[in-house]
Design a binder for this molecule. Structure first.
Ligand code: ATP
Length: 442
């Protein structure tokens, strides 16, 4: 299946990411590690833009939100309380013939191996948490787990946040951080990996008296998530679909879940989740820790807050953004590949070129313009090859503006600014560049 808008394929995305320094195969010089990926200079920038904007929008700009940064390795009691030790598993079966392993809930026929047609074993539950040991002794008393979701770091700090910040309900705690899952079938580039990052919010509300009470908050977060996806440049109307996860298929803690699915080149798959986790987690932690995790209403009655959870994967965001931004356009006889990221997402905002590399007066002037602009924007200086080649390179990394210093610049004090999307060029006075980009980029 292809993305409806621009018919991008995974081969093209993976190849561009490698060629242009977005995403490399993990530990490549050792032959790589299956399904591990490293983010190159532009990938790291793109990822940071996503995380910074998310944090700004959902934590800093809202009065009902605070942030948190909890540890990855938590007291193992956490996972007993949360139910992950008992429930966080996928059904795993092995082909009797070729020994390939699959998640049977993802197979059309769980009895037949999709690889060789052999007979599959009966499925058994495989826990997805990564186990490790704290300290030098590999004994069961020292077992710990890498967190499979960032959410539990929020729940175990609920009381700390209440005591220190004194927030009034409803309020949320947001966190960005790594999560680890020993996935049975990782793949599709960075879509499903064993190590990934989540941007999660636990939004606490008073105990709902009627379903309508939590449904209204759920609905407001559903809308927020759609707005966010639009900001990312996704074609929400055509490429984002909402799946109301039916009973029996939701996570053990959830009373309602919507999966936001995106039309990736390999099919319609979950991008984000929005779940109503009820008071399940806080109650479980209160029970196991013996610590009171309730709030009191105005009459002094104690209750455990309920929670709505918008959960977003950073890498799936990166992949969706790459697919949405990818465009191929015919320009005369050539095909131009251009990443049409929204400006705020673009890893580089402005590229500065001297028309010719071997003319010191042009290089000097271009450097001066570059030095001034880089104080406010991520800029790149490029004097390699002809201008056409430099444009193509910047188009492939999605740089919204290219600026060329030529001989006229030296006489008239203006430069050529070329727009990534329209390819139109205009002359702008150097002293007006600040204002010009302020309007275009901020
Ligand atoms: P899936 O059904 O695809 O396994 P999930 O429903 O288990 O996903 P959640 O537990 O809801 O996922 O996790 C919240 C978000 O974290 C997902 O919507 C996704 O963006 C991200 N995510 C989950 N697992 C992975 C993974 N293995 N690799 C990358 N991102 C992931």
């Amino acid at each position: 299946m292809l993305n409806k808008k621009n018919a991008v394929t995974m081969e093209k995305i993976v190849s561009l990411c490698k060629r242009r320094g977005f995403i490399f195969p993990g530990s490549e010089i050792y032959g790589g590690l299956a399904n591990a990926w490293d983010y190159g200079p532009y990938g790291a920038e793109l990822k940071n833009n996503i995380k910074q904007r998310w944090w700004r929008k959902f934590v800093e700009e809202r009065e009902d939100m605070v942030g948190l940064d909890a540890a990855i390795i938590m007291n193992p009691e956490t996972w007993k309380a949360s139910g992950h030790l008992d429930n966080f598993s996928d059904p795993l079966a092995e082909c009797q013939k070729c020994k390939s392993r699959y998640r049977t809930d993802q197979l059309i026929d769980a009895k037949i191996c999709p690889n060789c047609g052999g007979e599959m074993s009966a499925p058994r539950q495989f826990n997805l948490m990564f186990k490790t040991f704290i300290g030098p002794a590999e004994e069961s008393a020292n077992v710990a787990y890498l967190r499979p979701e960032t959410a539990q770091g929020i729940f175990v700090n609920f009381k700390n946040v209440l005591d220190t910040m004194r927030p009034k309900l409803p309020f949320g705690i947001g966190q960005i951080g790594k999560a680890f899952r020993n996935e049975i079938t990782p793949g599709n580039f960075v879509f499903r990996t064993r190590e990934f990052e989540q941007m999660e919010i636990e939004y606490f509300i008073a105990m709902p008296k009627k379903d309508k009470d939590w449904q209204a908050v759920f609905e407001s977060w559903r809308k927020e998530m759609l707005v966010w996806m639009k900001e990312l440049g996704l074609d929400v109307k055509n490429n984002v679909h909402e799946l109301n996860v039916p009973d029996g298929e939701r996570a053990h803690y959830s009373k309602k879940t919507i999966d936001f699915e995106y039309d990736f080149p390999f099919g319609k798959k979950e991008l984000y989740g929005l779940a109503y986790r009820t008071d399940y987690d806080l109650k479980q932690h209160a029970k196991l820790s013996g610590i009171d995790l309730t709030c009191a209403d105005e009459a002094g009655n104690k209750f455990t807050p309920h929670v709505i959870e918008p959960s977003l994967g950073v890498e799936r965001t990166v992949l969706a953004v790459l697919c949405a931004a990818y465009n191929e356009e015919k320009v005369k006889e050539e095909t131009r590949t251009v990443m049409k990221f929204p400006h705020w997402l673009a890893p580089v905002k402005i590229a500065v070129f001297p028309l010719l590399k071997n003319k010191p007066e042009l290089v000097k002037k271009a450097k001066a313009v570059f030095d001034a602009l880089k104080k406010d924007y991520i800029c790149e200086f490029d004097d390699n090859g002809n201008i056409g080649k430099r444009y193509r390179r910047q188009d492939e990394i999605g740089t919204p503006f290219c600026l060329t210093v030529d001989f006229d610049t030296l006489e008239k004090g203006d430069v050529t600014v070329r727009d990534r999307d329209t390819m139109k060029q205009e002359r702008v006075k150097i002293e007006e560049l600040g204002e010009y980009f302020e309007e275009k980029l901020k």
